[in-house]
Design a protein around this ligand. Structure first.
Ligand SMILES: [Zn+2]
Ligand SMILES: [Zn+2]
Ligand SMILES: [Zn+2]
Length: 240
């Protein structure tokens, strides 16, 4: 058995999960939910089966309330402890994604958001959709760098210039269509429904805080994590 992997960012022991591979056998991936990242022991992009993708959404759903830690700089290879190098690549479906790799070829680290872009599960919002979403949600977290973006004022991240993207239920549905057990109920009103889902969830969180008599951090609005909100949304679609 492999020794435990320590997260390249926070150095905590990562959670090891086995995913089915599309071509043959299975692959073990190490996940850190605090840093929202995946460590791949092999450098190549792993083709996970649709069932494995559902498993990943389930995990995101289960860990949606975990504490989030910003990524440290530099990130270090869990095998040789050398600094990981930043890499940028273009996904098959278009769209750039970034990752961090070990020069000694021990593997690579990528965030959940970047993995979703790589797999073509994320799409860019057009200006009309951003306006629609901004009527419900003010500040979101950039999927590229994690910085807060006020979508009422800007249509791209001012830190890393990444466009505003959401998980695309249509793309997820396409990927899952070969997987008989999970048919996604198709919706054409993704943005509206996603906005509603976020608003409902925020209401529920503040209601629970009131019940527990926790201070509501009046005035401090946390940035909305569109990946985790989207993962929740997709999870609700695929679950039966
Ligand atoms: Zn971590
Ligand atoms: Zn290394
Ligand atoms: Zn950014």
């Amino acid at each position: 058995m492999k020794s435990p992997t320590h997260c390249p960012s926070c150095r905590q022991t990562m959670v090891r999960k086995t995913f089915e591979r599309q071509t043959h056998g299975s692959v073990e991936l190490d996940l850190c939910f605090n840093c929202q990242g995946i460590w791949f022991d092999e450098f190549e992009s792993i083709q996970i089966t649709p069932g494995g993708i559902i498993e990943l959404f389930k995990l995101l759903h289960e860990h949606q309330d975990d504490q989030r830690t910003p990524l440290s700089d530099p990130l270090k290879c869990p095998r040789c402890h050398e600094r990981l190098l930043h890499g940028l690549d273009v996904a098959k479906h278009g769209g750039k994604f970034n990752y961090h790799r070990c020069l000694q070829k021990h593997g690579r680290f990528t965030t959940f958001a970047q993995f979703m872009i790589e797999k073509g599960f994320v799409r860019q919002l057009n200006p009309a959709e951003i306006d629609e979403l901004s009527a419900k949600v003010g500040i979101i977290r950039c999927m590229g760098c994690g910085a807060p973006v006020d979508i009422r004022k800007e249509h791209a991240c001012s830190h890393c210039r990444a466009p505003i993207t959401i998980l695309d239920p249509g793309a997820v549905e396409q990927a899952l269509s070969r997987f008989q057990q999970a048919e996604v109920r198709r919706t054409t009103r993704d943005v509206e429904l996603l906005g509603d889902a976020i608003v409902m969830r925020e209401r529920e969180i503040s209601r629970q805080k009131r019940l527990k008599r926790e201070p509501d951090n009046a005035g401090i609005i946390d940035a909305i994590d569109l990946l985790s909100a989207g993962a929740e949304f997709v999870w609700n679609l695929v679950r039966r």
